[in-house]
Design a protein around this ligand. Structure first.
Ligand code: NDP
Ligand code: OXD
Length: 309
């Protein structure tokens, strides 16, 4: 079996060692400009269009991450009828649960405010927030959203969720579709974004939608920067309607040094690390899916290109 591999921005050995381990019988080669020799599978992260254009011989293209927005931008360069298969959790879910739980608890227990007080050498206990009012709303109830919910469940916050199709999740008030968004936002104190970036979800959260959140709301974005209109978020933080934001993702990454978010103390910034791809687990998952495809079986994580995720 022949496999071509390309991953932008990472040391190739990091992935190749894991692939060789889990696919010992495959011929895996790093794709380079001009390589149009046949291949059965492609393993890619942000590949150039030239790698995939016209490759109708591929049995599948595996994306080395959960988000598919970057690869779908290749448009017509993607060979028709070749399935795109993304990483399905593979160790990312627990990291998302850690990240979001940490951010929620930091706000709920007012550690953000105690940090400010400590810097001013101020000893002043603050009143506790009422947990029954501290509702957490997740935009996105897929693989990672569900894992975040499992992590939060223990703490007893009221949980809300919004997805494209209707859901029934134990202990979560579920809303769906454009019609459900308004009621979902009005019920939410801490808004967590864990959606794919598609034409429907780009710029979803602007000033109008932020205004619907409860006063003093918090934002946690672990999905993509393009979901939020950044200037609107900044002005809502400055007005105090949004009490704080923890952002892992941005429209332009790395975040420019001149970006105003750096100067806003109520905005916390991390460099797209909320869930790092676990190479061994992902390579193992991909190897298992290749084996399943070779046996003619159906695998999970196939991207529905008409929906954009
Ligand atoms: P899934 O595809 O499993 O889940 C996506 C969820 O979003 C589903 O519940 C889906 O609804 C919902 N959704 C999609 N479009 C809409 C819409 N138009 N309206 C309402 N709901 C919608 O994805 P994952 O949970 O695995 O990943 C989510 C995203 O997280 C990825 O696409 C990626 O961009 C981001 N990510 C970020 C990382 C980071 O380090 N910051 C790391 C990994 C992923 P339905 O269930 O009805 O289909
Ligand atoms: C992903 C990511 O989508 O790393 O996997 O953001």
């Amino acid at each position: 079996m022949n496999i071509i591999y390309y991953a932008a921005g990472v040391q190739p050995e990091i992935w190749l060692d894991a692939f060789h381990h889990y696919l010992p019988d495959a011929q895996i080669r790093r794709w380079q400009e001009g390589d149009d020799a046949p291949a059965d599978y492609a393993l890619v992260w942000k590949p150039p269009a030239a790698m995939l254009r016209g490759r109708r011989d591929l049995k599948a293209i595996f994306i080395l991450g959960a988000g598919v927005d970057a690869i779908l931008q290749l448009g017509d360069a993607l060979p028709a009828n070749v399935p795109l298969i993304r990483v399905d959790d593979a160790g990312m879910g627990v990291q998302m649960a850690e990240y979001v739980s940490h951010a929620v608890l930091r706000y709920f227990r007012r550690f953000d405010e105690y940090e400010v007080q400590q810097n001013a050498q101020l000893w002043r206990p603050l009143p506790a927030y009422d947990k029954a009012e501290f509702s957490i709303g997740l935009l996105g109830l897929g693989v990672l959203g569900n894992r975040i919910i499992d992590g939060l469940r223990e703490f007893g916050f009221p949980l809300f969720g919004w997805s494209r199709s209707p859901k029934n999740i134990d202990g979560v008030s579920c809303y769906s579709g454009a019609d459900g968004l308004d009621a979902f936002l009005r019920a939410t104190q801490v808004l967590v974004l864990i959606l794919p970036l598609t034409t429907d979800t780009e710029n979803l959260i602007d000033a109008t939608q932020l205004a619907k959140l409860k006063s003093g709301a918090y934002i946690i974005n672990v999905a993509r920067g393009g979901h939020i209109v950044e200037a609107d978020l900044l002005s809502m933080v400055q007005s105090g309607h949004i009490a704080g934001a923890t952002l892992d993702v941005f429209r332009e990454e790395p975040l420019a040094l001149t970006h105003p978010f750096w100067q806003e103390k109520r905005i916390r910034i991390t460099p797209h690390i909320s869930a790092l791809t676990v190479r061994k687990e992902s390579a193992k998952q991909i190897a298992e899916k290749i084996a399943a495809l070779e046996r003619g079986e159906v695998v999970v994580g196939v991207v529905d290109q008409s929906k954009g995720y």
